[in-house]
Design a protein around this ligand. Structure first.
Ligand code: NAP
Length: 337
């Protein structure tokens, strides 16, 4: 059995280029006891992957040159050496940007296709949905009548943040790029207001959309959008710092109109709680509640989601570039086979 893999050929500088990756086909090893052979059905593309391609110090070790690019997948079991997994089973695995893999059977989780479409295990019912749920409820703690603002609001994290905020009785203001996405925010995801961060009037629009200030800013993007929202924070506001996607392709220190002294002045004078997090830290404490709440919410349509499915592993690099530039609408997935 062979697998076709996309490996890191060199570290991208700025926006990832085709030549930063190489595609190879290699033989897979023989199955050993305890292992299963799988083929990838869906590959999740996520912004964090850009950080792993760089050498900069982060919360996890970077990829080495020549490594298969990492990523979570939904796979079909083709062969198994363990009674708990049978050919045809669909599993959540971590096989990266490749078509097939041999993995330890204990490292995969079986998915029930009757409970929810299996692709949702990579989105609204998976890591991005969990990030929104845990980060918003644990750090953001939205209360009834408060104003919650989130950017990248058409993506899997932001769309779940807005909808969970609404379920908690808050007012949800979503920020996204372009008219199609802002329409989606109000018409599909139920945000109270949607703002286009590419509009020349964005700062004025934000002021008009938050007449009572901002109580929770769920930070997904940073850059000018983040700075504009921070200036609107109320006393005792909470800022779960989830991601800084505006900076992921940066080749030098990003410009800041706000600046560090003014930022610290805001934190002090408005008694802000600014708390970064990586979703794994909440796995032990929030997984059970997440599954208990989110599974029925998604099943009965209380929480809606969008997927952006790109066909073919050969299109992964281009789709990944698009993710960082805002070309995706909803959770970006590669349909591998
Ligand atoms: P996503 O929303 O599907 O994709 C990223 C989006 O960011 C793009 O579609 C684009 O949407 C927006 N964007 C890119 N550059 C921007 C800019 N300069 N200004 C404003 N918006 C910009 O991604 P996601 O998977 O839901 O992730 C959202 C954020 O959560 C990312 O920062 C990610 O790193 C973070 N995250 C963190 C954790 C954690 O554990 N801390 C876990 C998962 C995700 P527009 O077209 O709307 O601009």
């Amino acid at each position: 059995m062979q697998t076709t893999q996309i490996r890191l050929a060199r570290r991208p500088v700025g926006e990832p280029q085709d030549d930063d990756f190489e595609t190879t086909t290699v033989e897979l090893p023989e199955l050993q006891d305890g292992q299963i052979l799988v083929r990838a059905v869906y590959l999740s593309l996520d912004p964090y992957m850009r950080g792993r391609m760089s050498e900069a110090r982060s919360y996890a070790a970077p990829l080495e040159i020549g490594d298969v690019v990492l990523g979570q997948t939904v796979c079909e079991v083709l062969e198994s050496t363990v009674p708990q997994r049978a050919p045809g089973d669909l599993v959540l695995a971590y096989t990266g940007w490749q078509t097939h893999a041999v993995v330890d059977a204990r490292q995969v989780r079986r998915l029930d296709p009757d409970a929810a479409p299996v692709s949702t295990a990579l989105g609204v019912l998976g890591m991005p949905g969990f990030t929104a749920y845990a980060g918003l409820l644990e750090i953001g703690r939205p209360a009834e009548g408060e104003t919650v603002v989130v950017a990248a609001a058409a993506g899997p994290v932001g769309s779940a943040v807005g909808q969970i905020a609404k379920l908690k009785g808050a007012r949800a203001v979503g920020i996204a790029g372009g008219a199609d996405k802002t329409r989606l925010l109000t018409e599909e995801f139920g945000f109270d207001v949607a703002l286009d961060h590419r509009s020349a009037t964005f700062t004025d629009d934000l002021r008009a959309a938050t007449p009572d200030g901002v109580d929770v800013y769920f930070e997904n993007v940073a850059g000018p959008v983040g700075e504009a929202v921070l200036r609107r924070m109320n006393t005792y506001g909470r800022v779960p710092v989830c991601g800084l996607v505006a900076n992921y392709n940066a080749t030098s220190a990003p410009d800041s109109a706000l600046g560090f002294p003014s930022f610290m002045n805001l934190v002090l004078t408005r008694s802000l709680t600014v708390r970064g997090f990586i979703q794994d830290e909440f796995a032990p404490t929030h997984t059970e509640a997440f599954r208990r709440d989110m599974t029925p919410w998604v099943a009965d349509g209380t929480i809606r989601y969008r997927e952006d499915v790109v066909e073919g592993l050969e299109n992964a690099v281009d789709a990944f570039r698009g993710l960082l530039a805002g070309r995706n609408v909803g959770k970006l997935l590669i349909k591998v086979s």
